[in-house]
Design a protein around this ligand. Structure first.
Ligand SMILES: Cc1cc2nc3c(=O)[nH]c(=O)nc-3n(C[C@H](O)[C@H](O)[C@H](O)COP(=O)(O)O)c2cc1C
Length: 371
């Protein structure tokens, strides 16, 4: 029987040839939001390695919506042209779908990249005013965000729409709204960061759903539309899996095709229990309760682990981030593990173990030691 990992799945009008997704990963390597040669090579090598879908990193819908000075954006013609160059190159390497995550960092914007400490930008480092539903900083010493006015929330929806139109012109197959990891849409959803007294506080899903709806209206039905949602804030008084179910139900009602269930990053004080598959339970809860395609993510790295999650019906797709950085050929090796034939770029076809049996001795599958 074919491994479930290698069966196709339909999201809206888009067919993923397998259920393995490269999770969105910020590279902090853009120039005023514009992708660079780093992205060309990073995304190119991931595209050619055969994932069912490759999702481009959290991309700011405005300049101020970026996390760092190096984050990608879709707020200018220059951003759009630079991203189009990269995506067109990826298209020449792979026929598989490519998506983009659209985001606004809110109170977590204006920081250094994680590899430079991840702290807020200082006075001499061109910081910018951050925004949030309530003027509560992410942590002590972080920028105090400006509390968004109703007109600014409406403008935010318009900014998401503009970025979506740019993504449509570039030719992405999927758009994924980032409403997890403590960024702006998650900040509206969580009671820890949204303490407004108005309608956007009484109904914390209001702003994210208005934005989701506005994006739905301009994103073609024949492409795929999804969202990354949070299964747990890991904090007393924060969101839990039931909230993820409620939000996913609303996204389904608005016309979304899938959700990816992540968690955490709402507060630095969160006590997360991080272990293999630590978020799968949240994904499974959403899958049991909402008729929407569900992607699981988080410390999934072994092909059998991924297959078991799908075969036991806990999720419909698997996303992986670090496993792909560690081993961009993950899909090929998993295919060999399960005896599945996948397309290789002809230039690399000779790496297939059945064509080059010596490879199995040089690098036993699943073994890093002998790599
Ligand atoms: C380098 C790096 C950058 C990331 N950037 C993003 C991002 O842009 N958007 C997002 O939703 N998650 C981002 N994440 C989180 C991953 O997508 C993923 O959810 C997380 O790493 C857990 O999966 P893993 O255990 O397979 O790495 C990033 C993770 C890494 C390692």
């Amino acid at each position: 029987m074919t491994a479930k990992l290698f069966t196709p799945i339909q999201l809206g009008g888009v067919t993923l040839p397998n259920r393995i997704v490269v999770s969105p990963m910020c590279q902090y390597s853009a120039d005023d939001g514009a992708m660079t040669d780093w992205h060309l090579i990073h995304l190119g090598q991931l595209a050619e390695s055969g994932p069912g879908m490759l999702v481009v990193e959290a991309t700011g819908v405005t300049r101020e919506g970026r996390i760092t000075h190096g984050c990608t954006g879709l707020y200018s013609d220059g951003n759009e042209a630079a991203m189009a160059r990269v995506i067109q190159a990826c298209r020449r390497l792979s026929r598989n779908p490519i998506g983009i995550q659209l985001a606004h960092a809110g109170r977590k914007a204006s920081t250094h990249p994680p590899f430079a400490g991840g702290k807020p930008l200082g006075a001499g480092e061109s910081p910018w005013q951050t925004v949030a539903p309530s003027p509560i900083p992410f942590n002590d010493g972080w920028h105090v965000p400006h509390e968004m006015q109703v007109g600014e929330i409406r403008q935010l929806a318009a900014d998401f729409v503009q970025a979506t139109l740019r993504a449509r012109r570039i030719g992405f197959d999927a758009v994924e709204l980032h409403s997890a990891h403590g960024y702006l849409l998650h900040q509206f959803l969580s009671p820890l960061s949204n303490q407004r007294k108005d309608e956007y506080g009484k109904n914390r899903m209001k702003a994210p759903l208005e934005i989701a709806q506005a994006v739905r209206e301009v994103w073609p039905k024949e492409r795929a539309l999804g969202a990354r949602i949070s299964g747990n804030d890991w904090m007393e008084g924060g969101l839990g899996a039931d909230d993820a179910v409620a939000y996913a139900k609303e996204l389904k009602r608005v016309g979304y095709d899938y959700v990816c269930v992540s968690s955490g990053a709402m507060s630095p004080l969160a006590k997360m229990k991080v272990e293999p598959g630590y978020q799968v339970g949240f994904a499974s809860k959403v899958k049991q309760n909402v008729p929407i395609a569900v992607r699981a993510v988080g410390m999934i790295a072994d092909p059998q682990q991924a297959e078991d999650i799908l075969a036991s019906g806990k999720a419909d797709m698997i996303a992986m981030a670090r496993a792909f950085l560690d081993n961009p050929r993950w899909v090929w090796h998993a295919a060999e593990r399960f005896g599945v034939q996948v397309d290789y770029p002809p230039q690399y076809a000779r790496t297939r173990h059945d064509l080059w049996p010596g490879a199995a001795l040089a690098r036993p599958l699943g073994s890093k030691a002998a790599a």
